[in-house]
Design a protein around this ligand. Structure first.
Ligand SMILES: [Zn+2]
Length: 125
């Protein structure tokens, strides 16, 4: 089974020199979740915000839908602005500034400026 090609454009977000992608590990660098690390679940390029796993959780009260049923409180992630996020290098586990590098086959990867390793989320399991 071959995996469907990722629609790369939609999955990459640029903020200054930071490129963030879905499945990247990121650290929150400001706000109430400062210092916490999570995986990017979703990116919204229009608002420059990302949903990060277990980060910026908000409580939503849901109303009872039927008589006799109680409303619930559910927790879910709220989008966080990309300027509050910093990529975490999977190799050296530091927050990393990245550089872009073009490989021999023409594909572009992001590399960590600290350890020079690729920071792309591994596609192989
Ligand atoms: Zn690194």
């Amino acid at each position: 089974m071959s995996r469907p090609e990722l629609r790369r454009e939609a999955d990459i977000m640029q903020h200054g020199k930071n490129f963030l992608k879905v499945n990247d590990q990121v650290e929150v660098i400001t706000g109430k979740d400062k210092g916490r690390v999570g995986k990017i679940l979703k990116i919204d390029k229009k608002s420059d915000r990302a949903l990060v796993e277990r980060i910026n959780m908000i409580k939503r009260h849901t109303k009872a839908r039927a008589a006799g049923q109680e409303g619930q409180i559910i927790e879910k992630e709220a989008p966080i602005h990309v300027s509050n996020l910093m990529l975490v290098c999977p190799k050296c586990t530091n927050t990393a500034r990245v550089a872009n590098k073009t490989l021999d086959d023409g594909s572009k990867v992001r590399i960590c400026k600290k350890c020079s390793e690729s920071v792309e989320p591994s596609k192989k399991k």
